[in-house]
Design a binder for this molecule. Structure first.
Ligand SMILES: [Zn+2]
Length: 78
């Protein structure tokens, strides 16, 4: 009897966790900072670290291609 109860609780937790994970991933999507300044909503795809200004921008593909060369680019994994 105790064993059956345990299994039931476990399944409930697994079923309840799945939609929450998706919700979290949605919230993590960042908009491209440069496009945002122009009133556009593009999903940022890359973290671009500017060595000169020592700042990180989150940019879409098009904006990443137009940054200066002195940067470190890493893909944002959603
Ligand atoms: Zn952009």
């Amino acid at each position: 009897m105790n064993l059956i109860e345990l299994i039931e609780i476990k399944e409930e937790q697994v079923g309840g966790t799945y939609p929450q994970v998706i919700e979290k991933n949605k919230q993590r999507k960042k908009l491209c900072e440069r496009c945002k300044l122009n009133g556009k909503k593009e999903i940022a795809k890359y973290n671009v670290y500017d060595f000169e200004d020592e700042l990180v921008e989150q940019l879409c593909e098009a904006c990443t291609n137009s940054v200066s060369e002195d940067v470190d680019i890493s893909k944002i994994i959603y």
